[in-house]
Ligand binder design. Structure first.
Ligand code: SF4
Ligand SMILES: [Zn+2]
Length: 282
């Protein structure tokens, strides 16, 4: 009886992820996709599922150099990718920038008021896009889930700028450029609780503790508030926001995309966000 209930949950979960992929046309059978894997439950779950669904999948891990935490994540990822026969690419922040993410953000924060996640997010996105292009994949897959996305909508609203979310949704859409690899989020409608349950049922050897650098007071406050809300409210928030996205993107399309004059990566400004941060004489 218990087994039956467990199997039902697993099937329902997988069906929901597959429906998001199909309904939003996220991946075509011929597409090569690169999953950005952190070693946590979300990205591991989507890597496992895309492989199971039969897509052409490989994985990329950015080793942020966060001590034991990063080491544990990498050991687990190597084990899983070997078992699932998925090619794992690893990029080391220390090799790329001469220092780990903690040092990068400390240097940036000495000059600028920026949260850890903001600095990390900008640098990671830049690296991911560059690597995905080098690897000639069609899409980058991230493990963002319903809770992350609902929190982001609320945070953008609290900051008075819903435009910040114009490029979100299950698929990035406002940027079209040969140097830009589209990003997709097949777990967009799946709650964090369900992902944790799925990952535990599957016994994935993942790190469940949060990243030791997550210190964004607005994110933490929003998460605490949103955790008291049930899944339907989070779904309503993201679904209503999705209806607004086409309007927001109309505005974004008017902005011309250029190549950063320092790194030549696609950017909305003369100097991209990553170069503006790192140019603070790190
Ligand atoms: S939680 Fe924040 S600091 Fe940690 S890996 Fe994610 S973006 Fe980077
Ligand atoms: Zn740049």
């Amino acid at each position: 009886m218990m087994e039956n209930k467990k199997q039902k949950f697993l099937n329902k979960f997988e069906k929901k992820v597959l429906s998001t992929i199909k309904d939003y046309g996220l991946i075509k059978k011929k597409d090569k996709v690169l999953v950005a894997v952190s070693g946590g439950k979300d990205s591991t779950t989507i890597l496992y599922l895309l492989k199971k669904f039969g897509y052409k999948v490989s994985a990329l891990h950015l080793n942020l150099g966060l001590g034991d935490y990063s080491e544990k994540c990498l050991i687990n990822l190597k084990k899983m990718c070997e078992e699932w026969k998925v090619k794992l690419h690893v990029l080391d922040m220390k090799k790329e920038f001469g220092m780990g993410m903690c040092s990068i953000r400390c240097k940036v924060q000495q000059k600028l008021k920026a949260s850890n996640c903001m600095v990390c997010g900008i640098v990671k996105k830049w690296l991911l896009n560059r690597e995905a292009r080098k690897l000639k994949v069609d899409k980058i897959v991230t493990g963002h889930n319903l809770d992350d996305e609902a929190q982001t909508v609320i945070m953008n609203f609290l900051q008075g700028n819903l435009m910040l979310g114009a490029n979100s949704g299950p698929q990035t859409g406002s940027i079209r450029d040969e140097k830009f690899v589209p990003r997709i989020k097949p777990l967009y409608f799946v709650s964090e609780d369900d992902i944790r349950k799925y990952s535990k049922m599957k016994n994935f050897p993942v790190v469940y503790e949060p990243c030791p650098c997550t210190i964004s007071s607005l994110r933490i406050k929003t998460r605490t508030f949103m955790n008291s809300k049930d899944e339907n409210i989070k779904l309503r928030i993201v679904k209503n926001f999705l209806k607004m996205i086409p309007k927001l993107r109309e505005h974004l399309y008017k902005e011309k995309l250029v190549y950063c004059k320092i790194c030549r990566e696609p950017s909305r400004n003369e100097v991209c966000k990553k170069c503006s941060l790192l140019n603070l004489k790190i």
